[in-house]
Design a protein. Structure first.
Length: 340
C-alpha cells in the first residue's frame, strides 16, 4: 500500500510522442522508476504496438492526441518528443512537421506554465545543419539551409529552442533542452528510412544495401537505453541548468563502415549499391559531450556492436512474427519489472 510519503514522491509525467521509438523506451524507464506516465501520440509515426505491453500497468495512460492542438492535464514534468524524426516521414508533410515542432512547443510550454511543470524539449543535432565545426559543441550556431527539403525539421526544431528560452526568460518556465544525435535500437520503424534500420532490414532480406554518395559521410550512433538515461539525467538536473546539451555517442564512423559491420554481423549476402546523395545531407556529424559529462554525469555505455546485436535480434524477431502472421510481440504483465 502506498503511504502519503510515497504518493508525494511519485511524479506524474507527460510524454508527447510517447508511442514512438524513443518515447516508448522513455515511458518504460519512467514507469520502472515508479512514476505515473501519461503518453500522448497521434500515431503518425508512433505505433500502438510500441506501448502495448504497458497498457496493463495501472500507472500508464495512453491518449490519442496531436500536440498542434492544446492539451490539458495536471502533471509534474513534460518530455516533449512529438515530431517525426526521419527524413522520409518529416518530408511527407513538411508543413505539418513545422507545425508539430512550433505549435507543439507553444502548447506544451503553455501547459508547463499553467501547471508549473518542468519541461524538456527533444531537440536534435540537425540544428547544426551541415556543420563547419567538428565535433559539434553546444556553443556552435550551425550551418542550416532555411529553404531546403530538410528545413521543415531543422528550422522547426531551432524555432522550438527559441520558444523554450523565451518562455524561460519571460515566464521563468523550468526548461531543459537535449540535442539528440543519431539513436538506434529495438522498435525503430522498419521503413523509417534511417540508416541503421535500413541496413539491418536490407541485410536480413539479403537485398542490396543502399548507400548514398560513396558512404564516406560520417555519423555517430547512440543506443536507445543510453539516450533515455541522458534525457532523464537532464530532466533531474538542477533547475539552473537548462542546456542545450548534446546527447549522443562521440564514436565516429563512416556510413560505409557501418554497412560493412552490419553485413558481417548478419552474415548477409547483400551487396552495396551506391545512390545519389540527398540534398543538404550533412557530411560529418559527431557530438562533443564534454558538457553532458560535466553537468549531468552522462556518457554512453553501450558499444556499437552490442547495440547492433540487440537491434538485429529485434528485427529478426519481428521478421519471424510477421511470417507467423502476428505483427508484433507483446509482453504480459510489464509491471513485474518493478517487483509488483
Amino acid at each position: 500500500m502506498n503511504t502519503i510519503s510515497d504518493l508525494r514522491l511519485k511524479k506524474r509525467i507527460l510524454v508527447t510522442g510517447g508511442a514512438g521509438f524513443l518515447g516508448s523506451h522513455l515511458c518504460e524507464r519512467l514507469l520502472a522508476q515508479g512514476n505515473e506516465v501519461l503518453c500522448i501520440d497521434n500515431f503518425f509515426t508512433g505505433r500502438r504496438q510500441n506501448v502495448a505491453h504497458l497498457l496493463g500497468c495501472p500507472d500508464f495512460e495512453l491518449i490519442r492526441h496531436d500536440v498542434t492542438f492544446p492539451f490539458y492535464a495536471e502533471v509534474d514534468e513534460i518530455y516533449n518528443l512529438a515530431c517525426p524524426a526521419s527524413p522520409i516521414h518529416y518530408q511527407h508533410d513538411p508543413v505539418q512537421t513545422t507545425k508539430t515542432s512550433v505549435h507543439g512547443a507553444i502548447n506544451m510550454l503553455g501547459l508547463a506554465k499553467r501547471v508549473h511543470a518542468k519541461i524538456l524539449q527533444a531537440s536534435t543535432s540537425e540544428v547544426y545543419g551541415d556543420p563547419a565545426q567538428h565535433p559539434q559543441r553546444e556553443s556552435y550556431w550551425g550551418n542550416v539551409n532555411p529553404i531546403g527539403y530538410r528545413s521543415c525539421y531543422d528550422e522547426g526544431k531551432r524555432c522550438a529552442e527559441t520558444l523554450f528560452f523565451d518562455y524561460f526568460r519571460q515566464h521563468k518556465t523550468r526548461i531543459k533542452i537535449a540535442r539528440i544525435f543519431n539513436t538506434y535500437g529495438p522498435r525503430m520503424h522498419p521503413k523509417d528510412g534511417r540508416v541503421v534500420s535500413n541496413f539491418i532490414v536490407q541485410a536480413l532480406a539479403n537485398e542490396p544495401i543502399s548507400i548514398y554518395g560513396r558512404g564516406e559521410q560520417s555519423r555517430s550512433f547512440c543506443y536507445v537505453s543510453d539516450l533515455v538515461d541522458g534525457l532523464i539525467r537532464l530532466m533531474d538536473s538542477p533547475d539552473n541548468f537548462t542546456g542545450p546539451v548534446n546527447i549522443g555517442n562521440p564514436n565516429e564512423l563512416s556510413i560505409r563502415e557501418l554497412a560493412e559491420i552490419i553485413l558481417l554481423m548478419t552474415s548477409s549476402k547483400s551487396k552495396l549499391v551506391f545512390q545519389e546523395l540527398p540534398s543538404d545531407d550533412p557530411f560529418r556529424r559527431m557530438p562533443d559531450i564534454t558538457l553532458a559529462l560535466s553537468a549531468i554525469n552522462w556518457t554512453p555505455r553501450i558499444s556499437l556492436r552490442k547495440g547492433l546485436a540487440l537491434t538485429i535480434e529485434h528485427f529478426q524477431q519481428q521478421k519471424l512474427q510477421a511470417q507467423k502472421g502476428s505483427g508484433f510481440i507483446t509482453r504480459e504483465n510489464y509491471c513485474y519489472d518493478r517487483g509488483e
